[in-house]
Design a binder for this molecule. Structure first.
Ligand code: PLP
Length: 390
């Protein structure tokens, strides 16, 4: 696997023409959360078979039910979470789940609580739905490890926020929350009768030494106030296939969903459902090998930064393939991504897009062959050196 992934070249990736490699022509693509490794062979086979049979109609109920079962089985074997398959509902994507959660499970008109830095659409979607956002900055410890500020969270609920977005594993900071951390968060939510949209799209991407605990699985209280969304789309690289899962964990939400959920479920694509079934039932081995590679890459990234860009702050992510790089000591101002795009030819996500707490940071997607990672970090170091001697 290592060799095979290492051998993928920039030329091959550019020719394939994915967003990561075509949006900024000629640059190294490290911005969007996609991987350069294709997907699991079992998924490709399942899709080929579906194409051969022209499985292009509206989503048949038995296929949707197979997906629900496959996702529930995955949650059971990988996370020890037992959920009735009927609680797992198809969606086009996780953001459709967020829209549904805001519209149907949050108090009408209430502000949305977004811990920041955050996945960028969390700061866009609520506003598009006419909601205010209360940003609650995470706090970084001395070791660069991020955690939730419970007092600030309490203040956000006290100020009228009702639904909080809890992203775990976290994009962009890479934290995988412990059970104890989530129990503490849940206490605050319960204090105010709040709700949680648990975005667990990165759940399969957790590194050794950490474990994904589904938020809704923790207690009757979290099951009662959470709505969970996940998908095979990040871990198996399938976002263009448009399929995700909304996981409901209490009777009241199931009843609401049965009345309002049909149109959101209608967005799931049939081939996406085929791919998600294959991922959850036959994609485990590929995923485990991938995680082994990414585990090595997150360590290598630390070595490369220490060698070439020692002033950049980096705490190895516990999950995801996203690195959250603190560039505030580089003297590049508030938009370091702009500098590295123009001067080093490396396209990353500017931290400020993740909220005010992200100013001075960049998000670097390291799901790329290691030679490309090395090349991009070296290019960034050279650009910085040129800038300093100019
Ligand atoms: C935390 C998080 N949520 C949601 C998404 C988007 O998922 P989807 O394409 O299923 O809407 C992403 C994509 O990177 C993500 O990182």
């Amino acid at each position: 696997m290592t060799v095979r992934f290492d051998d993928i070249s920039i030329e091959t990736l550019r020719e394939a023409g994915g967003v990561k490699w075509s949006h900024f022509p000629g640059k190294v693509g490290a911005f969007i959360a996609e991987m350069d490794f294709g997907t699991a062979p079992a998924i490709v086979r399942a899709l080929h078979a579906a194409v051969d049979e022209a499985t292009f109609g509206y989503l048949p109920r038995p296929l949707a039910e197979r997906m629900s079962q496959a996702c529930a089985d995955w949650c059971h074997t990988r996370y020890g979470w037992d959920i009735p398959p009927a609680n797992v509902r198809p969606l086009a994507d996780v953001i459709a789940g967020l829209v549904a959660a805001i519209e149907h499970f949050s108090r009408p008109g209430s502000p949305i609580i977004v811990p920041t830095p955050a996945y960028m659409p969390f700061l866009v979607v609520p506003r598009e739905l006419g909601r205010e956002i209360i940003q609650v900055p995470l706090v970084a410890g001395r070791d660069g490890r991020w955690s939730y500020d419970l007092d600030a969270l309490d203040a956000a609920f006290r100020a009228g926020g009702h639904l909080m977005i809890l992203c775990n594993p976290h994009n962009p900071v890479g934290r995988v929350l412990t059970r104890a951390e989530m129990i503490a968060i849940a206490e605050v939510v319960e204090r105010y009768g709040g709700r949680v949209f648990a975005d667990e799209i990165h759940a399969p991407l957790v590194f050794p030494g950490h474990r994904h605990v589904p938020y809704a699985s923790i207690s009757p209280a979290t099951a009662g106030h959470a709505v969970t969304a996940t998908s095979a789309s990040k871990a198996w690289n399938l976002p263009g296939l448009k399929c995700a899962q909304l996981i409901l964990s209490n009777e009241a939400d199931l009843e609401t969903w049965s009345a309002v959920g049909a149109m959101a479920e209608h967005g799931a694509s049939t081939l996406g459902v085929v791919a998600n079934i294959a991922a959850f039932t036959a994609g485990g081995e590929w995923l485990d090998e991938l995680l082994g590679y990414l585990d090595g890459s997150r360590a290598l990234l630390g070595d490369l930064l220490a060698e070439h860009l020692p002033e950049v702050g980096y705490a190895q992510p516990e999950g995801t393939y996203l690195a959250w790089l603190d560039c505030r000591q580089l003297g590049l101002g508030d938009r370091p991504a702009e500098f590295f795009l123009d001067r080093a030819g490396v396209a990353m996500t500017d931290g400020e897009l993740c909220g005010a707490a992200g100013r001075g940071f960049v998000r670097y997607t390291f799901a790329t062959p290691r030679p490309i990672m090395r090349q991009s970090i070296e290019a960034m170091a050279r650009a910085l050196a040129r800038h300093r001697t100019a």
